[in-house]
Design a protein around this ligand. Structure first.
Ligand SMILES: [Zn+2]
Ligand SMILES: [Zn+2]
Length: 345
């Protein structure tokens, strides 16, 4: 005991500081992981800006990570020292109705490690073995960190019965929006429209197979998508921005009987929507919260090389450049999509 290691916290809006944290004694089913890569998520940026709805500074940041197992508790059987792993960063009770039903993402007291004081921009990370997933061979630690956002996108897609050949519109050109675009491509979706606001990302959307990548600032997003679908509308729309306007548009571009999945995080608490559309067109609107058994699916997809996460990584920086990494991730001019912090073993 007595050994400490640095862990990053946002101590005030716009300020990252490293605090020393002591290495805990491992519980019987706990795993000590040497973090090798951690990526910056939109929610980390909300915290950095001081605009996260619940996590206010000072708070730990980082929940997308991969690393190497260093030590295991006496009862751990799933992994052993030296294994390369990704970590599912949730904290759930295991006892509430949702947990007992197997829907742990809906746990009555769902939380994340960083909100409990453990962030991923650190030398070490401790997790219960249930949440530690071995990485397939050949997958880098940087890609391993992106299993978390990939799981979010997979979960959003699993919320509706989206079928081969069906058309869709993805609102949002951030990592989740573009991961959704790729997943739709992998499963053989039909025409896929991506709506975004950054030219570098729209360009990436085109390269990743978008039928059309639309800059929402040009206006008439709905008219454009309706025109491209002969006024029918798309089978499904995904709201991956958290913007009231995008939610309304996602309802307006789906066909009669179409489906809308909301996965974006809204800063606004209330949004007014064209309610009569639901009745007239029998639209289904559904939410998607985090992930639940989606890490396993994500890792199988990656093992089969169905999609390449490297194309989502635009910047790789060392841990001591974390402040710069956050600023870069927020700078629209920097062309950042996923900023990953890489740490040596
Ligand atoms: Zn995330
Ligand atoms: Zn629970």
């Amino acid at each position: 005991m007595g050994e400490t290691y640095p862990m990053a916290m946002v101590t005030a809006p716009g300020v990252i500081e490293f605090r020393e944290r002591s290495l805990p004694a491992l519980g019987p089913q706990e795993v000590l992981i040497r973090v090798r890569a951690a990526s910056i998520c939109g929610s980390d940026l909300h915290i950095f800006k001081g605009k996260h709805p619940v996590a206010m500074p000072p708070v730990a940041v980082g929940h997308e990570l991969a690393g190497e197992v260093r030590q295991t508790g006496e009862a751990v059987s799933k992994v052993s020292a030296g294994d390369r792993v990704a970590v599912e960063p949730v904290v759930v009770c295991g006892e509430c109705e949702s947990c007992l039903r197997g829907e742990y993402h809906l746990c009555a007291s769902i939380s994340f490690q960083y909100r409990q004081g453990q962030g991923a921009f650190a030398t070490y990370f401790v997790a219960h073995e249930d949440w530690v997933h071995p990485l397939p061979g050949g997958l880098s630690f940087e890609e391993g960190a992106l299993v978390e956002p990939l799981s979010v996108a997979l979960h959003a897609l699993s919320r509706i019965e989206f079928r081969v050949g069906q058309t869709s519109a993805v609102f949002g050109d951030g990592p989740i929006g573009l991961l959704l675009l790729r997943l739709i491509g992998v499963m053989g979706g039909g025409a896929t429209f991506v709506v975004g606001a950054r030219e570098s990302r729209l360009e990436k959307a085109r390269r990743l197979g978008a039928t059309e990548a639309i800059d929402h600032r040009a206006g008439d997003v709905v008219g454009r998508i309706l025109q491209r679908t002969s006024e029918r509308g798309v089978d499904a729309a995904f709201e991956a921005v958290g913007a009231p306007e995008a939610l309304v548009q996602s309802l307006q571009v789906v066909r009669k009987g179409g489906k809308v999945v909301v996965v974006g995080l809204f800063e606004a608490q209330e949004v007014s929507i064209p309610a009569n559309l639901f009745v007239q067109r029998e639209i289904t609107l559904t939410g998607a919260q985090g992930y639940c058994w989606d890490f396993q699916t994500a890792l199988r997809l990656l093992e089969q090389r169905e999609l390449n996460l490297r194309t989502f990584i635009t910047h790789v920086l060392p841990l001591d450049s974390l402040q710069e990494a956050f600023e870069l991730a927020l700078d629209p001019e920097a062309g950042a999509l996923k900023v990953v912090i890489k740490m040596d073993g």
